[in-house]
Design a binder for this molecule. Sequence first.
Ligand SMILES: C[S@@+](CC[C@H](N)C(=O)[O-])C[C@H]1O[C@@H](n2cnc3c(N)ncnc32)[C@H](O)[C@@H]1O
Length: 343
Amino acid sequence: MQSNGNTTVIALRGWHPALSRAEAKAMFPECDLERTEARRLITTNGSSDWTRSSLMSGCECVLIEGGITKWTSIEDLLQLIDYKQMDEMAVECWRHEGKLPVSTKDIEMQVGGMFHDKGSTFNLKNPKHRFGVVLDASAEYVAWGWMIGAGPGKHGWSAMRANKRPFFRPVSLEPRLARAAVNIAAGISGGYVVDPMCGTGGILIESAITGRKTLGIDFDPVMVDGTKENLQWAGVSAEVKREDATRFQLPNNIAAIVVDPPYGRNSIGDEKLLEDMLQNISRQTDECSLVVILPCEAGNDNLDESIDFEFDLPGFTIEQTFGIPVHKSLGRVLIIASISPQG
Ligand SMILES: C[S@@+](CC[C@H](N)C(=O)[O-])C[C@H]1O[C@@H](n2cnc3c(N)ncnc32)[C@H](O)[C@@H]1O
């Protein structure tokens, strides 16, 4: 594959490329996104509001007005880039997945030199425009373009661990997984994101941070108070109510249900609870997307593709399932579903 000039490249983080592709699809629904051989680079010729990339869990940045090609040499790369005069710019080069035989510093200097020849000025500390070059060794690709979004390693998900919140329980979801789940489920729809079993509020926090109307339900008063404390600590607001997930009333304008219910291996009670909760939703609306996160055995964790996972969500049609590694003996699945048409 080689294209330049009019191509947009979405550079994904390495945590879970398959899930991040699903997230990108939901966040840029106007575009046809195409996979490349490089596991963390996807392309499109469509246009969208690329600033949404900064809300995503799995996106490093979007590279616009750029291109992508198999890596051959720095000389070939220099010929493919479309240089123009820009003020206060910087060039940033980084790697995905191991090494191509070239130094990122060399690329930054030589690409920078070409922009300089066009009359560009530089501000490396606080650039107004950043030109990115990403070297992806998974399939020996190089991609480039003007960067929209933070870039690699700057998001700080590790600083956003759930155990840093004032109210923490071992059930608390990892923020980057919760963020991906909310984005996949709600995309760019404007309605409420609802977590009917909100626990410590992990899903609610990510939904509210990304500017969505957010409602959380839990029947345990300790969880309701703890969630409120966590939301306040995060500086965001959401409605939180002490109610039963199998009976509460949905808001009128609902975009998505995102839920991580209590679920144990072979536990009939948990299955019944999930079924009753789903029935409560499908009784009240015939349009809403659903993401359910469940614990499962370790080993279902293909980071490059969706997985086959036999499961039934009564009243809903399962679209895709992804496996998430947790630790040696535990995994999770993230199931994307939508309400089945009635009759
Ligand atoms: C696995 S935890 C959710 C963890 C949450 N995602 C987080 O990040 O903290 C499941 C939650 O479901 C709640 N729950 C169980 N049965 C419920 C019911 N019938 N109605 C509402 N909440 C319920 C429990 O109190 C618990 O807080």
